[in-house]
Design a protein around this ligand. Structure first.
Ligand code: KIV
Length: 265
């Protein structure tokens, strides 16, 4: 795999080549992801749940993210390295610049991810104006789990679907170079993916996004608590972690994952 950049991901979208994304939190798993051809590695704040054993992503702080981004950066060769900005670390554009600066300068991230729509537009503008690539995140926003009242599918009614479509376009116009859509009905995710020029990466958003992402521990079936319905245990069908990751990449590329049972209507 040659070096993955925001430009090469745009080309993949234009050619209709699906993008394989997984989370990673350390150097050893990152080497396995690289060997399997994963194009984008996300240091997700899901580490709060799968590494730290927290009940949500909310307790994760910037030091945690910098540490795990550094670990992943040591195992990375060609994949684009995206790092989550944790809860309450981007409440203003100035604070976001400080957080993103640490993730990129100290951690080695190439892009930062933040959750939210219209309220984040000014922050996205400021970050991109300062040369910081941004991945936006719409749909189920785990950092807002208490506001949302649980981990639920988003955008099922007409009004919230319309807001999500408008937010997606506005985020792209503000400078976002990638978008994650989490727990969204597949028809809505397909419409948003088609309407944007930037790659749209789905998790629980059906097969028609430009790429797919899963939490690594979910797709290996080693999540300590609840395994989301939109995930799949690839280790159950293979003989090693390396084979499971390769099977995931193949399934994403061949549009065999997610299937109907991992998607929402
Ligand atoms: O934190 C994370 O792992 C994420 C993915 C669920 C997209 O944001």
């Amino acid at each position: 795999m040659s070096r993955v950049t925001t430009a090469s991901l745009m080309q993949m979208k234009q050619k209709g080549e699906k993008i394989a994304v997984l989370t990673s939190y350390d150097a050893s798993f990152t080497v396995l992801l690289e060997n399997a051809g994963v194009e984008v590695i996300l240091v997700g704040d899901s580490l709060g749940m799968v590494i730290q054993g927290q009940e949500s992503t909310l307790p994760v702080d910037v030091d945690d993210m910098v540490y795990h981004t550094q670990c992943v950066a040591r195992g990375r060769r060609n994949a684009l390295l995206v790092s989550d900005m944790p809860f309450m670390s981007y409440s203003s554009a100035d604070q976001a610049l400080g957080t993103a600066g640490r993730l990129m300068k100290d951690g080695g991230a190439h892009m930062v991810k933040l959750e939210g729509g219209a309220t984040q537009l000014e922050t996205v503008r400021q970050l991109t104006a300062n040369g910081i690539p941004v991945c936006a995140h719409l749909g189920l926003l785990p950092q807002s789990v208490h506001k949302l009242g649980g981990y639920r599918v988003q955008g099922r009614d007409e009004e919230s679907a319309q807001i999500m479509k408008e937010d997606a376009l506005a985020l792209e116009q503000a400078g976002a170079q990638m978008l994650v859509l989490e727990c969204v009905p597949k028809a809505l995710a397909a419409e948003i993916s088609q309407s944007l020029a930037i790659p749209v990466i789905g998790i629980g958003a059906g097969p028609d996004c430009d790429g797919q992402v899963l939490v690594l521990y979910d797709m290996l079936g080693i999540t300590p608590r609840y395994a989301p319905r939109f995930s799949k245990n690839f280790l159950a069908e293979t003989h090693s972690v390396a084979e499971a990751i390769a099977a995931y990449v193949k399934a994403v590329k061949e549009v065999k994952f997610p299937a109907a049972e991992q998607s929402f209507e």
